[in-house]
Design a protein around this ligand. Structure first.
Ligand code: AMP
Ligand code: MG
Length: 422
């Protein structure tokens, strides 16, 4: 038998006993990250994407008064003849913002426009298409009408005192509209978390300079900047840090003074030039996790003063995968928002996918809606963790749980659409 090297555990292994699951990693992140405390009061337009600090209760009913849902004629439904046609005298008009000043009696109606207050003495709006006006101006309607017809009741949308937006909600455009509909001009929201990030690696060069032998351009700071820019955080780009314990320690120390969350890429694997670990151990506390996912197995979580540190892997795809699965939830918790898991959709695989059991995989896919209304997903080609074009061509992750042992074309899989915004 030919002699072989007894190999050490590595990231090429499908599984090793020290790994923790994706769910376990998320649980631990949830336990270690503390939400920001401070709040600020802002005009509601500036609250878009921010986290609401206190439940908002409605100060009044919306709509505040009963009003018409249609253009037509306001009548008292009970005053119409039980059968056949009733002829009515039009005694005036009600417009949105200009109420009818008076009261209608039996045999009378009020011309009414959408949004106008329901006049006294009336309780139904007959739409104009269901009425006739004769040559003398009398309004003719039939008997098929009931109380409340085409009337929007007061408080139909929101009742006074009702909670309309919970605490911990990230505010959407619709939420801003709801606040405005209640007349609320300002809102108290959590302050934005500050996120600092840097790349590590002596091989990294900035864009805009000719590439030197053995070097590569630093792409991770661009994907990180892109993903963070879509979130409600303030960002600090700390550039590239050399593979040197002192440079690393200085970077971490200065970042800790400014940021709630510090992200780095590279330097967390078990290679020779791993400087993050000794630097972190000197100035804070640290935990090294192997997560049973692919790509993106190594992840470091640390604490320096009040700041959380997350050391992401160096490989560009692994950076985006670990950002989407771990950094986004960490920022959610930090922001004071309630944590939500990304939505998964069922899709039919258009290609066979290679996978070994043991790790939860995030392959890159292009999902489209098939004619039969089902999602279908194709792969983006080579799936190596350094092949960043596999991310830029994709619109989703194909999510393959631990136990999956390859996928045949036509099999059902789960997909997770890219969503770099919160
Ligand atoms: P490391 O974890 O530092 O050993 O990095 C793993 C791989 O990712 C190596 O091939 C690095 O050259 C590459 N890498 C690390 N950082 C970056 C970066 N900022 N941009 C592009 N590739 C990187
Ligand atoms: Mg490196």
């Amino acid at each position: 038998m030919t002699e072989k090297i007894a190999t050490q555990p590595s990231c090429a292994d499908p599984f090793d006993g020290e790994s923790i699951s994706l769910d376990e990693a998320l649980t631990r992140i949830g336990e270690r990250v503390v939400p920001v405390h401070a709040c600020e009061r802002l005009p509601i337009r500036e609250c878009l994407g921010r986290v609401n600090n206190e439940a908002v209760k409605s100060p009044h009913n919306v709509p505040p008064h009963p009003n018409s849902a249609m253009d037509g004629f306001a009548v008292a439904a009970g005053s119409l003849q039980a059968e056949g046609i009733t002829e009515l005298d039009e005694i005036g008009a009600a417009y949105a913002g200009v109420p009818f000043d008076g009261s209608a009696e039996a045999g009378q109606c009020v011309r009414i426009m959408t949004g106008a207050l329901i006049p006294d003495g009336t309780d139904a709006v007959i739409m104009q298409e269901q009425a006739e006006v004769d040559a003398s101006g009398r309004v003719r309607v039939d008997a098929d009408h009931r109380v409340g017809e085409n009337i929007r009741q007061a408080g139909e949308d929101v009742r006074q005192g009702e909670v309309v937006i919970d605490a911990g909600v990230r505010l959407s455009p619709a939420d801003l509209g709801v606040l405005a509909s209640l007349g609320i001009a300002q809102l108290q929201v959590k302050r934005k978390p500050v996120v600092a990030f840097f790349s590590t690696g002596d091989e990294l060069m900035p864009v805009g300079e000719p590439l030197e032998p053995g070097k590569i351009y630093d792409s991770n700071r661009y994907t990180l900047h892109g993903m963070l820019s879509r979130m409600a955080v303030d960002i600090i780009d700390l550039g590239v840090v050399r593979d040197d314990p002192e440079a690393m320690r200085d970077a971490l120390e200065s970042a800790a003074g400014q940021a709630d969350l510090i992200l780095s890429t590279g330097g967390v694997s078990v290679g020779e030039a791993d400087y993050i670990k000794p630097a972190l151990e000197e100035i804070g506390s640290t935990e090294f996790w192997k997560i049973a996912i692919k790509p993106g197995r190594p992840l470091t979580l640390g604490q320096i003063g009040a700041s959380i540190f997350m050391g992401l892997p160096g490989n560009p795809v692994a950076v985006m995968v670990t950002f989407s699965q771990f950094v986004v939830p960490a920022i959610e918790v930090l922001s004071g928002a309630s944590l939500k898991r990304p939505a998964l959709f069922r899709a039919r695989a258009l290609d066979a996918l290679r996978k070994k059991p043991g790790r939860y995989e995030f392959q890159r896919g292009i999902a489209t809606l098939a004619d039969n209304g089902e999602w279908q997903v194709g792969k983006t080609g080579k799936q190596g963790s350094g092949i960043l074009t596999s991310m830029s061509r994709a619109n989703c992750f194909i999510v393959l749980p631990d136990e999956v042992d390859g996928v045949a074309s036509g099999d059902e899989v789960h997909i997770q659409f890219f969503d770099w915004s919160l």
